[in-house]
Design a protein around this ligand. Structure first.
Ligand code: UTP
Ligand code: MN
Length: 303
């Protein structure tokens, strides 16, 4: 239950249990809680985040991101992944994968985040640089600090989505007016590479802008967990399979790859232990071909 709170991992959960807390409310009401800014936001917006994201919300949000992304970097590929790509009608977050066929993606995510903050769509989040290096393709994840986590540049955070995008087919595309208002900042976009998340300034979580104050104020939006992942184009189709999931489908593909083919499949590529080489893929179909498996539509990966 506690690790279901944004920002709470197994060690924080253990501490909370040791304190005798038995409900989220205990953590929310305690004045002696972790000072980690993620946890503060996670607790403040726990109710919002427990309310499942609906597919129409995820599609609309992706549309907005696509529009903004293309203004910043023409040619950028914006792909909704996770459960929604597998045709699920609801999920716990919105996972969006990016790539650029000409390799022009450096610096894109910070620019996108700066833009979304200007549009008042961001509550908090953290940006991680890529930690990819060639060894990632072949190393034994049990021996590494990151374990099975991938090494892509990413942003994990919480965004604001208008409540009217949650229900009904006739809802307006959210934030359209604000998007129009913001066209005047377009010319400055190339200088927006100094991204410093607003959340960092709010880490102390006090004063009028504390997460709890924001959460309990009257508002016409709902907080949603969002993941943005940036993949180099050469790894993109492996990243797409990995981020489409499901988790169990990935586990089975990877186990089969290791045991039967003596190859290592990750979201970064497909490594052959015998030749010491990786096999490229120029489509999702090619990922399955490389695995000697029949192509499976995302809808068939819900296992
Ligand atoms: P999610 O945890 O979002 O799963 O990760 P989901 O299937 O979309 O479930 P809901 O509907 O949001 O609850 C999406 C996919 O991305 C992979 C997971 O294994 C899953 O297949 N993933 C997640 C990674 O490859 N790396 C990560 O760091 C996180
Ligand atoms: Mn998801």
């Amino acid at each position: 239950m506690f690790t279901g709170v944004f920002g709470v991992g197994p060690s924080t959960a253990k501490k909370w249990i040791e304190r005798g807390w038995t409900s989220i409310k205990d953590a929310q009401e305690s004045t002696d809680i972790s000072k980690d800014w993620r946890v503060q936001w996670g607790l403040a917006f726990h109710d919002d985040l427990m309310n499942p994201v609906k597919s129409n919300e995820a599609y609309r949000f992706t549309e907005i991101i696509q529009t903004e992304a293309k203004k910043i970097l023409p040619g950028i590929v914006v792909q909704l992944t996770g459960g929604f790509r597998r045709g699920k009608h609801q999920g716990h977050d919105i996972d969006i994968l990016f790539t650029h066929p000409n390799g022009e993606e450096t610096g894109f995510l910070p620019k996108l985040l700066t833009r979304l903050e200007k549009l008042n769509m961001v509550l908090c989040g953290s940006h991680e640089s890529s930690s990819f290096h060639e060894k990632v393709l072949s190393e034994d994840f049990k021996l590494t600090a990151r374990g099975q986590l991938d090494h892509f540049e990413k942003w994990l955070g919480i965004c604001k989505l208008p409540k009217d995008s949650v229900s009904g087919d006739d809802a307006q595309i959210p934030l359209s007016n604000e998007l129009e208002k913001c066209t005047e900042i377009k010319e400055n976009i190339d200088s927006l590479d100094d991204y410093e998340p607003k959340a960092k300034k709010q880490r102390k979580c006090n004063g009028d802008n504390s997460p709890f104050t924001i959460a309990t104020s009257e508002r016409d939006w709902i907080a949603r967990r969002v993941d943005f992942i940036m993949s180099p184009y050469s790894q993109y189709y492996y990243a797409l399979v990995g981020w489409t999931g499901s988790k169990q489908f990935n586990r089975d593909l990877r186990l089969y790859s290791q045991k039967v083919l003596n190859r290592k499949l990750t979201s970064h590529g497909f490594y052959d232990f015998t030749t010491g080489k990786t096999l490229p893929a120029n489509s999702e179909t090619e990922v399955f071909e490389n695995l000697n498996l029949q192509y499976q539509h995302p809808k068939n990966r819900n296992c």
